[in-house]
Design a protein around this ligand. Structure first.
Ligand SMILES: C[S@@+](CC[C@H](N)C(=O)[O-])C[C@H]1O[C@@H](n2cnc3c(N)ncnc32)[C@H](O)[C@@H]1O
Length: 326
């Protein structure tokens, strides 16, 4: 698979937008098929441009992106820069399909490629075929490597919630994350799976304390630099922050947790039920609480739907957070 180019050389992006289960998303009624845009001054092509352009052209919120091909913009003059071609996964911003400025249509990649070929755009048709194939060939390792690249965006953020992947205000963060604390009904240990800079650990402890609960927070995270940041921010918890991959990680010394929170959209769609079973069997105490956050659309696009599909009985839900007991 093609690797990412040197960021300083990228001038433009062309993305095929896809849903977690594989269908493509295009603008309906003859609007743009692919999401294309230029890298603006001061932007990083992946961390800034990809997200901005997909929102602008299709109202589509990107969760992940992979490079499929890279082309010189001016083949005669290599100094002109590069155009990156790739596929992005994610969903319509806000979830709605029809009540939006850019009405969207979803369709399988082979139908989209056939449509483009029939309209005479052979190059775009070939790109859709290649991007869809690259997307189908993704592995757990690709998903982890892709997630690791976003670390840089978290590390450069200026607020503690920004360093945990929330680009809004504190109020946005609280609205999004308080349901995790609301799902905890007993004092005990809490593990944040994919804890970034550790801010949710702190917030869950404080929000639970408001209800008289004593929560002892722990964290694990894929990105070593984020774990280093979390340890630096929270030196009192340095020995309860671990680097690992949530798909395989098990706590040291036979530790188990009374509750944990996870965002399964970090892994491939077909691996999410397995991830939840792993966390139940290797990480939670028997009868422990599994709290799931899902930001995505798709067939199991709500946390409750994913829990049910994975064989759990949903004990409660609030917005994009749902929980079950193991
Ligand atoms: C959006 S942040 C979540 C921050 C906080 N836990 C929350 O829920 O608000 C997602 C974090 O999950 C981490 N992550 C992604 N894939 C992972 C994996 N396979 N194993 C562990 N952590 C992962 C990312 O590096 C990122 O820091």
């Amino acid at each position: 698979m093609t690797s990412d180019p040197d960021p300083t050389t990228v001038r433009g992006l062309t993305l095929l937008l896809t849903l977690p289960e594989g269908d493509c998303v295009v603008a309906a009624d003859g609007g743009p098929v692919l999401s294309t845009g230029e890298v603006a001054a001061g932007e990083h092509w992946l961390l800034d441009t990809a997200r901005r352009v997909a929102l602008q052209t299709h109202g589509f919120r990107i969760q992940g992106m992979r490079t499929v091909a890279v082309a010189e913009l001016g083949p005669a003059d290599p100094g002109t820069g590069l155009q990156v071609y790739g596929f992005a996964t994610g969903g319509p911003d806000g979830g709605g399909w029809t009540d939006r400025e850019v009405p969207l249509e979803r369709l399988p990649a082979d139908r989209l490629a056939a449509r483009l070929a029939a309209s005479g755009d052979a190059a775009a048709a070939r790109f859709v075929v290649d991007a869809a194939e690259a997307r189908r060939a993704r592995t757990d390792e690709h998903a982890a490597a892709d997630n690791l690249r976003w670390q840089a965006a978290y590390l450069r953020a200026e607020t503690p919630w920004g360093q945990s992947g929330n680009s809004g205000t504190y109020e946005d963060w609280e609205r999004s994350r308080r349901p995790v604390a609301a799902a905890i009904e007993r004092s005990g240990t809490f593990l944040d799976v994919g804890c970034a800079n550790g801010y949710l650990m702190e917030c869950v402890q404080a929000w639970c304390a408001e209800r008289g609960l004593t929560v002892d927070p722990y964290g694990m995270e894929l990105g070593p630099e984020l774990v280093a940041l979390a340890r630096q921010r929270l030196p009192r918890w340095a020995d309860r922050l671990w680097v690992g991959n949530m798909q395989t990680w098990a706590p040291p010394d036979g530790l188990r947790f009374d509750a944990l929170q996870v965002r399964p959209d970090a892994v491939l769609l077909e691996r999410r039920a397995e991830l939840l079973a792993h966390l139940r069997d290797q990480v939670l105490v028997a009868g422990g609480r599994l709290i799931v956050t899902m930001a995505e659309s798709g067939p199991y696009g709500t946390a409750a739907a994913l829990l049910e599909h994975s064989g759990f009985t949903v004990a409660g839900a609030h917005g994009h957070v749902a929980w079950a007991d193991s």
